[in-house]
Each structure stands twice: as structure tokens, then as C-alpha cells.
Design a protein around this ligand. Sequence first.
Ligand SMILES: Cc1cc2nc3c(=O)[nH]c(=O)nc-3n(C[C@H](O)[C@H](O)[C@H](O)COP(=O)(O)OP(=O)(O)OC[C@H]3O[C@@H](n4cnc5c(N)ncnc54)[C@H](O)[C@@H]3O)c2cc1C
Length: 400
Amino acid sequence: MTYDAIVVGARCAGAPTAMLLAHRGYRVLAVDRATFPSDTISTHLIHPPGVGALREWDLLERVVATGCPPIDTYAFDFGPFTIEGSPANGDSAVAYAPRRTALDKILLDAAVDAGVEVREGFTVADVVIEDGRAVGIRGRDRGGSTTTERARVVVGADGLHSTVVRQVHPEQYDEKPPLLAAYYTYWSGLPMLGRFESYVRPYRALAAWPTNDDATLVIAGWPYAEFETNKSDVERHYHEVIDLVPSFADRIRGARREERFVGMAVPNYFRKPYGPGWALVGDAGYNKDFITAQGIQDAFRDADACTSAIEAWLSGTRSFERAMADYQRERDRHVKPMYEFTAQLATLEPPPPELQRLLGAVHGNRDAMDGFVRVSAGATSPSEFFSAENVERILAAALQ
Ligand SMILES: Cc1cc2nc3c(=O)[nH]c(=O)nc-3n(C[C@H](O)[C@H](O)[C@H](O)COP(=O)(O)OP(=O)(O)OC[C@H]3O[C@@H](n4cnc5c(N)ncnc54)[C@H](O)[C@@H]3O)c2cc1C
């Protein structure tokens, strides 16, 4: 084998996976059909747990130096009331939203610094399978030359439309269809003062937060059932959502749109993230609607957990099967409550009466508001916040 690992895809999941394996002394090739810096269809709020991973990898300073401002307050406006609090947890007091052009390049450069061999503009066409086991990749560079490379493990970090997945056919489970369609663009002259703001209305949602170059990202969404019909006039439908919130509509009237509208809808699924000679990280292995903005920090967590499992196997400490089964189990245990919470939010249906009552009680209770904000940041599990005990405590406090 030429390499210990080949990582296909080199953004939020792939670059850190390659970097962490190289840090442990393994010989790693990372390939991506994109060249960097480049954008991708994704907004880019990174909650405190994701910021904590960047700090742990010594990359936070580089991200902050790109000029994306810290975000210390999240505000969820439900119409009758707003739940506002701090997303801070032990990982970080603030969130950041670096443009993907900046973030992904920093992650890739860190992989190169760690000793990863990187090939940009290289498209993987096939996973090479021998005797039922993945042993490498076959792909072509921008000049059209086809190359085959071999490794002990092939890691698919190639996102939603993963080529690796198409070749290795992992089991897919807990699927849900696309639920939400949303479009975003960037505005100048719309100061956010360190705030992430979200406005929730029946069957509509809107969110805004600051990013690089003094720009503000504003995303507006509607149910997936309206995706096709609303496609023909995205700008009108986007502004109709904004007009549901007159105070925000006033602010945007004084701002200037700097870029085109970009948007999409995504399916929700889990995939078994390993098999003979292969592993999956990031969206290739697990995807959920972007309404809770979990994907980047989930990709970071996968990178960390998957590389630990691969190391346990490569170093001879554990069998591949055992190490990777733990990786899958821990991933699913960690993200499942958030997966369900995210899917419920992504329907954009008005909260059921008992949830409305709870949110009403959360409003104005500082600890409970911070708690709710931390759930949406993925810093506290929804199962903890919505446990019978915690709900009772919040409702009782509201009666005092
Ligand atoms: C509209 C939208 C908004 C979002 N907003 C947020 C947000 O605010 N915060 C957040 O945390 N998450 C957000 N997400 C989710 C986030 O974008 C993803 O979870 C994250 O990008 C996953 O990273 P990844 O590395 O797994 O995949 P990707 O970032 O998709 O990277 C996959 C890479 O694989 C490469 N690739 C694919 N096929 C091949 C091939 N055959 N050969 C070589 N290379 C290949 C691609 O070029 C690409 O660079 C959003 C997603 C969407 C769609």
C-alpha cells in the first residue's frame, strides 16, 4: 500500500481527518475535485463546540484573523416573545461564521502543514475494490490523466453526493425526506452587533448573522413542499418572508445585497460509516437539515472520532470492526436527539401547544433562555433540556 489512508473530499470533514491522521504519523493522501480557496453551498455558523475544535487544533486564531466577528448572543423571535441568550459553553464563549472560502482553505493548509499530500482538482471516479475490500481510488486530475492510488483505508469525506458512498453501498437508516427549502445571500450595511437573530413564523423562518468583510448573511426558508413552485421567483419569496417581520424589513431596506441568492434542500439520513477498508465522515455518513447549523461541528467531531478509531486499528490496539463500531455507536448516540429536534424544527410547523407553553415559560428566565440557546447551538443535548425534570423546573419557575 502506498498510503495508510486516502481521504476523498478536503473540506470540513476531510481536511481535519487527514490532518489528525498525519499528526499521528500516518502517510495520508487527501484529494478534492475542487481547488482552494473556493465556496460551496452552505451557510457557515460555527457554534461554540465547533469553535472549541478549531482552538484545540490551533486554528482558531487563523480563523479569527480572517475578520469574522464573534457572535455572543442568539435571539429566537417567535412572534409573541423572543428567547435570547448566550451560546457559551466550556468550549467557547462565542460562535463565529467564517466564509467557507476562508475556513476551508485554513483547514486544508493545516492538513498540508501536518504533512498530508493534497491533490486539488482531482476527481475520484471509483473506489478500487479487491476481494470485497476497498484498497484505493481511481480518479483523474484536471489535465485528464487517470491515476490509481492504494491505501489501507479509504475515507469518504465527499459530502452529500458522495462518490465513495455510491461505490461501497453503506446501509442507510432513520431517513427523512427533505423538509425545508432555504435561500441565502449577503448584505452590507446591516450591522448585527455580535448577534445571531432568528425569526420563526408559521411555515416560514428567517435568520441573520455577521460574517467576514462586514457582511451579514440572511437566510429565509419555507417548507420543502413549496420548493419547486417558489423556485421561479426566489427573490420575491425571500422578501415576503422578511416582510413578515416589519422591524427586520426596515433594517434590510437600508442595506445592500452584495451577492446572488443561493439555496437548496437536503435529505436527512444516517449511514453505516464503515465497512471493509473504508470509512465515512461528515455529510457522507450522516446528514440533517441545516436549520440548526450543526453540520460543520458534526464534521469536526467525526474527524476527531474517526481518526481515533482508525489509529486504534492501524496501531494494532483494536480490530477495525470493533474500533469503527464504537465510532458509529458514539456518533449516533451523540447526534440522534439533535437529529430529531432539527427535523421537527425544519417542518416549520407551529410548535405544538405544550411546547408553546414551555417556550413561553422559558422566555424571561435567564438560565432557561441560555439553556434553550445552548440546545440550538448543539452544546446541550435536547434530551437533557427537554427532560421531564428540566421542563417541570422551568414551568414551576414561571408560576412564581
Ligand atoms: C444551505 C446550507 C446551509 C448550511 N449551513 C450551515 C451552517 O450555518 N453551519 C453548519 O455547521 N453547517 C451548515 N450546513 C452544513 C454543512 O455545509 C455541512 O455539514 C458540511 O459542509 C459538511 O462537510 P463535509 O466535509 O462533510 O462535506 P462538504 O463540505 O460538502 O465537502 C465535500 C467535499 O468533497 C469533494 N468531493 C465530492 N465528490 C468528490 C469526488 N468524487 N472526488 C473528489 N472530491 C469530491 C467536494 O468537492 C467537496 O469539497 C449547511 C448546509 C447547507 C446545504
